[in-house]
Design a protein around this ligand. Structure first.
Ligand code: CP
Length: 327
């Protein structure tokens, strides 16, 4: 194996998509394209990470992210250790700092981390000697989900530059929303947030001084679902985050559903062949109808299917020695 893969910008850890540029993201797509054929092939194993150990540390529930990271690591022949807060010494009051010191000492080569506190993976990355991938931190960021969603649109729709994306629903609690807005802006999409005013994340563009910076993309806001779907090429429907009850911002869920649910009726206002994304898990009947989520317009299954190849690419780029030609 030759050393080394082309370095990406600022890429020792993956904490959010704002550390990547357009060419970094396209480079990750190139890896994913190649890895997709392995992930979907009959042998489904390459020795790229043989001898490496990946630690999945999830302090919040997860199905897609945890399982797809586990699968990605195993296809690349890594040893994968799964750990959740429940049943760990977190429950005995061990500090995050002591926990991650312990995890590093055990001999992992990379930490995949989900945490309920925004910023926790940043703290860990500063205090640990191995790369950290943020698998979702509180309401802050979910960079790997965004790369999966960008890749899905890149494969199914084509060039992202110039597409109109409506980000619908619980923007205020959603880490997916933040990473979506940043990642799609980097790739040149135009963003509209559609939500009740109590759920829109105005702070994401609240920076008049540095508005030209990608971290503060220009965003339109609307509380009118039909209006915000009219010119949309894509809609990212967000999960309504009932678990963050202390900040629950909709007084009446029936009214919310009536005004903001994506269904056949609201989609009638679309003037384009809109594609529907949802990061999952879906609250069927709340933010989206079951019929619509399974329709031809939906890319939701594609998002899940692409998750393994993208996460394989990220693992390889962070701790692998394979170049693109060797895959
Ligand atoms: N999209 C996502 O992060 O799903 P999980 O919570 O199931 O991992």
């Amino acid at each position: 194996m030759t050393n080394k893969i082309k370095p990406l910008t600022n890429f020792r850890n993956l904490l959010d998509v704002d550390q990547l540029n357009k060419s970094d993201i396209n480079y990750i797509f190139e890896y994913a394209d190649k890895l997709q054929s392995i992930a979907k092939g009959s042998i489904r194993k390459i020795p790229a990470l043989r001898g490496k150990t990946i630690l999945n540390y999830f302090a919040e529930p997860s199905t897609r992210t945890r399982v797809s990271f586990e699968n990605a690591g195993k296809i690349l022949s890594a040893d994968v250790i799964n750990m959740s807060s429940s049943g760990s010494s977190d429950e005995k009051g061990e500090s995050l700092f002591n926990s991650v010191q312990t995890l590093e000492s055990i001999g992992a080569n990379l930490l995949v981390m989900r945490h309920f506190d925004a910023g926790a993976p940043y703290f860990v990355a500063r205090n640990i000697g191995i790369p950290v991938i943020n698998a979702g931190d509180g309401s802050h960021a979910h960079p790997t989900q965004n790369l999966i969603d960008l890749y899905t649109v890149h494969k199914k729709v084509g060039n992202i530059e110039g597409l109109n994306l409506t980000v619908l629903g619980d923007n205020v609690h959603s880490r997916v929303a933040r990473s979506t807005i940043i990642g799609f802006s980097i790739m040149g999409a135009r963003i509209t947030i559609c939500a009740p005013t109590t759920m829109d994340a105005q702070y994401l563009s609240d920076n008049s001084v540095e508005r030209n910076q990608i971290y503060w993309p220009e965003i339109k806001y609307s509380d009118d679902l039909r209006y915000s779907l009219k010119n949309a090429d894509l809609v990212m429907t967000l999960r309504t985050q009932f678990e963050r009850k202390s900040n629950y911002v909709v007084p009446n869920i029936n009214e919310y559903t009536r005004l903001f649910k994506l269904n056949e009726d609201s989609l009638k206002s679309c003037e384009k062949e809109i594609k529907i994304l949802h990061p999952g898990p879906v609250n069927l009947g709340i933010e989206i109808d079951g019929y619509v989520s399974n329709s031809e317009r939906s890319l939701i299954n594609d998002q899940v299917q692409n998750s393994v190849a993208i996460r394989m690419a990220l693992l390889l780029l962070l701790i692998g020695d394979y170049s693109l030609d060797q895959i």
